[in-house]
Design a protein around this ligand. Sequence first.
Ligand code: GUN
Length: 287
Amino acid sequence: MGAIIMSGREVAAEIKGELKQKVAKFNREFSQPVLTVILVGNDPASETYVKAKGKAAAEVGIRSFLIRFPEDVSQAELIHKIEQLNKDPEVNGLLVQLPLPRHIDVQSVIDAIDPRKDVDGFHPLNVGRMQVGKKAFIPCTPFGILSLLKRYKIEIQGKHAVIVGHSHIVGRPMAALLLNENATVSVCHVYTKNLKEITTMADILIVAVGKKHLITSDMVKPGSVVIDVGINREENRLFGDCDFESIKHIASYITPVPGGVGPMTISMLLYNTFDAVQSQMKELTRV
Ligand code: GUN
């Protein structure tokens, strides 16, 4: 018996369809939501992601702008632009595509973004609010994974979720979200000594490290749910962090690469952007 393939592509299209209707209504009654993306340099992967974000925004009726800076832009200039965009009432959502060049301190740049426009959910205020289970912008990839688990009606409460990778973009926020759902959560990373011992305990295994086929079938518990966040490019082909072909015979659910988590991430960015514009409108009309 093989695993059910979780189609992020299909679920993401459903979410976009729902959003498109809501955005159209909002646009008729108020204005068109605006997402602004800042891209520094010409990293090919970032170029691809930014293009995909712009295309998906257009599909649901969100206007998007791309602001480009050269690789050698100064941190001060970048932050100055963010401060301008924070003040611009026409900008509802704002994100800086990562990674940034080494001479720029990423956290200082994230800290400069108005938390009310922080549709990536990376600002410390949103990170903290999410930790305590209050309303916050949730980082798009973990938010997409949670939405995918829910759409496939996968039970989370009481399950052992193992996350491989402790990044600020995926692993850490994923752990917080799953804890909020009452899972038992283990987080493994590059310094974990007994990785296989821990991954084989997982009812839900989420892998986000960026290492082709790090997880092989002997590291997976039979019947578990495997979520692969990896996007590893090799000779114009994409590979996940999990060896899909062998694991699909063991797991009960598995996400493919491509067509799994990736499309979900973008849909959640659009979801967050619409959430931002609605909150901002409420703030404006509050008496
Ligand atoms: N680079 C990789 N993932 C992301 C993301 O979710 N947001 C931003 N801004 N940059 C990224």
